[in-house]
Design a protein around this ligand. Structure first.
Ligand code: SF4
Ligand code: SF4
Length: 370
C-alpha cells in the first residue's frame, strides 16, 4: 500500500486543548465501557505543576477538558485546576473554555453552581431510552430530570454522548428524538466498536439513521443549527488527520503526558512498552526540562493518525471513494485490534452508513429550500 509522505511534525507545541484525566475510578459498570478500571487519582501537586508547565504553551483560545473514569469523583481537583489556571491567566487573558465529561450521577447543586459560574460545557453520557440497557439501573430517571433542570443554570452548555451497540441500536432513533426534544445544542452519537456488528445489526442501524434523518428534516430549526454533531457538515474539508500531540495534550492520573486522552485510554486497554514508547511524552518534569519541546520520534507516530494512512482488512483507506468524508479517531477505532491505523470492517461500514444518511439529509434539506 502506498502512503503519502508525512510532513515534518511541529517541534514546540501550541496547544488548543489540554485534557486532565483526574481519576481511573468510576462507580458505574457500563456494559460497553472500554476503559480499564483502576484506583489511581491524579495527585494535586502534579496537577498544579502540569497546569503551570503547560499554560504558557496554550493558544489564545483553548479548551481545558476534565475527564476520567468519572471526574466528579475528584471534583476538588476540577476546582483546583480551574483556580490554578485562572491564576496563571491573570496577566495573559487567554480565553479558556472548560469541558467536563461525566455520567451525571454526582452533579449536586453545589457542583452545578460552580460549573454555571465558569460557563462549563457539560458532556453528559446519556443513551436516552437505551440508558439502562447498558448503563446503571435507575440512571435514566437521574439523567432525564437533570436535563429538565439544566435550564436553571444558563451558564452551562449541555451536550450529550449516546453510545449504541447491536443490543441497543433498535432504540437509537427514539433516543435521539427524546434528547433533541430537550433542546440539547450538541448531541454526539457514538458506537460500541468492541463488539461484532453483524449484517442484521448494520441493517438495523441504516433503518434507525433513516428515521433520524426524517426526524430532523421535519424540524426547521435542525436545518439551521443541526444539534446532532454526526450530521453536521465536516468542520474541515480534505483528508482527516488526528491532532493529538500536534495541538493537544493530555495528563493521565499517573502523571504522564499523552497526545490526547484517547491515547491514554488506548494505553490502559493495551498497556505495552511499545505503546508507551511510541505515544507517551513522559512526565511533566520531562516536559519542563525540554521547555515544551516534544519528542520528535513520538510526534512522528502521532502524525500517522491520518485517514490516508489507515486501512481495513479489505482495503487501504487511501483508495477509498469515501476518503475525504470519512473521519476516525485512530485509537478509538483501533481499541479492539490494538493496532493504530487498522480499522475494523464493521467500523468502516458504520461510518459509510452515517456518511450516506448525513449527505442525504443535506441534499433533501436543500431541496426543501432551507
Ligand atoms: S469508509 Fe472505510 S475504507 Fe473508506 S476511508 Fe472510511 S474507514 Fe477507510
Ligand atoms: S481523533 Fe481521537 S485521538 Fe485524535 S485528537 Fe481526536 S479524540 Fe484525540
Amino acid at each position: 500500500m502506498s502512503r503519502p509522505p508525512l510532513k515534518e511534525p511541529p517541534g514546540k507545541g501550541k496547544f488548543s486543548a489540554f485534557s486532565l484525566i483526574l481519576t481511573e475510578r468510576c462507580p458505574w459498570h457500563c456494559g460497553y465501557c472500554y476503559q480499564r478500571r483502576g484506583t489511581r487519582v491524579l495527585e494535586g501537586k502534579i496537577l498544579d505543576k502540569a497546569c503551570a508547565a503547560v499554560f504558557p504553551f496554550l493558544s489564545a483560545s483553548s479548551v481545558i477538558q476534565f475527564y476520567g473514569g468519572e471526574p466528579l469523583l475528584a471534583f476538588d481537583l476540577v476546582r483546583r485546576a480551574v483556580l490554578r489556571l485562572e491564576k496563571e491567566n491573570r496577566s495573559s487573558r487567554k480565553r479558556l473554555r472548560y469541558v467536563l465529561t461525566t455520567n451525571g450521577a454526582l452533579l449536586s447543586p453545589e457542583i452545578l453552581s460552580f460549573l454555571n459560574e465558569r460557563r462549563f460545557e457539560l458532556m453528559l453520557s446519556f443513551d436516552g431510552l437505551a440508558q439502562e440497557k447498558e448503563r446503571q439501573k435507575g440512571s435514566f430517571r437521574i439523567l432525564s430530570s437533570l436535563l429538565d433542570d439544566l435550564p436553571r443554570y444558563p451558564g452551562i452548555k449541555p451536550a450529550t454522548n449516546s453510545v449504541f451497540g447491536p443490543r441497543t441500536v433498535g432504540l437509537l432513533s427514539k433516543s435521539i428524538a427524546y434528547i433533541a426534544e430537550r433542546k440539547i445544542p450538541n448531541m454526539l452519537l457514538s458506537f460500541d466498536y468492541q463488539v461484532e456488528w453483524r449484517k442484521r445489526s448494520l441493517d438495523r442501524l441504516s433503518h434507525e439513521l433513516r428515521s433520524v434523518r426524517k426526524y430532523f428534516l421535519r424540524l426547521p430549526r435542525a436545518r439551521r443549527t443541526m444539534p446532532l454533531i454526526n450530521f453536521r457538515h465536516p468542520a474541515a474539508s480534505g483528508v482527516f488527520g488526528c491532532s493529538a500531540g500536534r495541538d493537544r495534550l493530555a495528563l493521565a492520573p499517573d502523571g504522564r503526558l499523552w497526545g490526547c486522552y484517547f491515547y491514554a485510554d488506548f494505553f490502559r486497554v493495551h498497556p505495552t512498552a511499545d505503546v508507551a514508547r511510541r505515544f507517551c511524552f513522559g512526565t511533566v518534569g520531562d516536559f519542563l526540562r525540554s521547555a515544551g519541546d516534544l519528542d520528535k520520534n513520538v510526534l512522528v507516530q502521532y502524525a500517522r493518525g491520518r485517514m490516508d494512512w489507515a486501512e481495513t482488512s479489505e482495503r487501504a483507506c487511501g483508495n477509498c471513494p469515501y476518503l475525504d468524508r470519512c473521519a476516525f479517531c485512530p485509537p478509538a477505532a483501533s481499541l479492539k485490534s490494538g493496532k493504530i491505523g487498522m480499522i475494523p470492517v464493521a467500523v468502516c461500514r458504520i461510518n459509510r452508513i452515517l456518511i450516506k444518511q448525513r449527505e442525504l439529509f443535506w441534499a433533501q434539506a436543500a431541496e426543501r429550500g432551507t
